[in-house]
Design a protein around this ligand. Structure first.
Ligand code: PXL
Length: 285
């Protein structure tokens, strides 16, 4: 069975990170091996959340994994809880990364133009460094701006977002996928993926829904990880991930629901193993 080292926090309440990644990747048929970065009472968008940094424990876990000589098919990182962890994860990539697996970094830093509570400018720098070791990165528009040292909100067109993808690929990754990108119409939101290897850029547009659910970025990156491990093409992976998030959001929006609690992914997991009705991806450059 293919194995994925999943480096994220475990948030007790509010679907995010490991509580999102594990069900999705298990459903897709992979063995998830969690390397928890922190334990939180609830994800960091809840008021007064408590966070317990696991940097020391991470070192112990990694030492044991090295002793066991474990091999992974993908190394997949998300939310890191402190500056120290950037170095720990960087060393982890150096040790466990090889030419038979790939690294996906979801550079969890912020959203809606702002850093998440607890994130620091040095963590942005650290994340930039981790991105340089990855084959695939999946920033949202805010994270893309932070990584490029641009003003969040300054990419207002699809074309500018494509340029940002290209600039981010100069850090090293083959695939740069930017989520929550402008689509040219207020009714749609775009997800844009650039493949540095062949110079092609893909777009999938989906309906804009007037609600935001934390954790959707984690779900998105998890589905991309699973699809790429399954040898899907970049646009196929993009299509499936966007479709999954879109269905999850719509399976939530209709209820009287607290948006902070995240999307009802339990209702839509089955779509992960069903063939897509049609492909909507477009080649845009
Ligand atoms: O969804 C990203 C994420 C992951 N982990 C924690 C978070 C967030 C976003 O708020 O707070 C703890």
């Amino acid at each position: 069975m293919k194995k994925i080292a999943a480096i994220h926090d475990l948030s007790g309440y509010g679907r995010a990170s490991l509580t999102v990644a594990i069900p999705i990747l298990s459903y897709m048929g992979y063995q998830v091996c969690p390397l928890p970065t922190a334990i939180l009472s609830a994800h960091s968008e809840y008021r007064n959340f408590r966070s317990f940094d696991l940097s020391d424990q991470m070192r112990g876990i990694i030492d044991h994994w090295k002793e066991l000589d474990l091999q992974f098919d993908a190394l997949y990182s998300g939310y890191l809880a402190s500056e120290r962890q950037m170095n720990i994860v960087s060393d982890f990539f150096d040790h466990f990364g090889n030419d038979r697996n790939f690294i996906l970094v979801d550079p969890v830093l912020g959203d809606h133009g702002e850093l998440y509570t607890g994130m620091t400018p040095n963590m942005v720098k650290g994340m930039r460094q981790l991105c340089s070791k990855a084959k695939v990165i999946t920033p949202n528009l805010t994270e893309a701006a932070l990584l490029l040292d641009k003003e969040p909100g300054s990419a207002t067109t699809c074309k500018e977002t494509v340029n940002w993808c290209r600039s981010l690929s100069d850090l090293g990754p083959d695939y740069v996928i930017i989520t929550s990108a402008p689509s040219g119409t207020a009714k749609k939101v775009a997800t844009i993926a650039y493949n540095r290897k062949d110079g092609r850029t893909w777009r999938v547009s989906s309906d804009y829904v007037a609600a935001t659910y934390p954790g959707t970025g984690d779900a998105f990156a998890s589905v991309i990880t699973g699809c790429l491990l399954n040898d899907d093409s970049l646009p196929e992976a993009l299509e499936r991930a966007v479709h999954f998030i879109n269905m999850g959001i719509k399976a939530t929006f209709g209820y009287d629901h607290t948006p902070l609690d995240g999307m009802n992914q339990e209702k839509v997991l089955h779509y992960l193993n069903e063939s897509l009705p049609y492909f909507t991806y477009e080649l845009i450059s």
